[in-house]
Design a protein around this ligand. Structure first.
Ligand code: 5GP
Length: 184
């Protein structure tokens, strides 16, 4: 008996909207296979290589690009990020639903490569709220905050390219919505 392939769910949205909180919560359940991306950025405190990301050098990342390792890759805030293709294909063919939490340029590439991917855009309850989250986050310099705000405004303009818009009012609601998109 053949296994029905799983669904590929792409969760994207502006930086600061809370995508990673959603993924952290979703990881407590068994609904999805989570892809581990490669990145050239440095690990943050507590991030384990091979779990949060595969942390790689610029030259190793380039080798992965050249050898066609990635389903998609993009540059974000001065670092490169990519989704290794093979684990995603294997998980889907085993009937698992796969969730990719990626920025917008990479999301566009996935849609081109795999048109059946379910494209989800996570938007903030309001621009004011998104700006407050970005402004209040961590120890960024005023220049970096300004750059992040400008990028978030650009990213918000991509919402119309996505199949589903979810508003991040409540983490639980977003999780429910993602699970029903995968299982319906
Ligand atoms: P962070 O450095 O904060 O973990 O992630 C920065 C941004 O990169 C986030 O918007 C996140 O969704 C995105 N990102 C993480 N992994 C990937 C990936 O494999 N590909 C792409 N295109 N974006 C990614």
């Amino acid at each position: 008996m053949s296994i029905a392939p799983g669904k590929l769910i792409v969760l994207s949205g502006p930086g600061g909207v809370g995508k990673s909180t959603i993924v952290t919560e979703l990881k407590k359940f068994d609904h999805f296979y989570f892809s581990v991306s490669a990145t050239t950025r440095s690990p943050r405190p507590g991030e384990v290589d091979g779990v949060a990301y595969h942390f790689v050098s610029d030259s190793d990342f380039q080798k992965m690009v050249d050898s066609g390792t990635f389903l998609e890759w993009a540059e974000f805030a001065g670092a490169k990020y990519g989704t290794p293709k093979q684990p995603v294909i294997s998980a889907l063919s085993e009937g698992k639903h796969v969730l990719l939490e990626i920025e917008i340029e990479g999301a566009r590439q996935v849609k081109r490569a795999m048109p059946t991917a379910v494209m989800v855009f996570l938007q903030p309850p309001s621009m004011v709220e998104l700006e407050a989250r970005i402004t209040n986050r961590g120890t960024d310099t005023p220049e970096r905050i300004a750059a992040r705000l400008a990028l978030a405004r650009q990213e918000m303009a991509a919402a119309g390219e996505f199949d589903h818009l979810l508003t991040n009012h409540q983490v639980d609601e977003v999780i429910q919505a993602l699970v029903s998109l995968a299982t319906s």
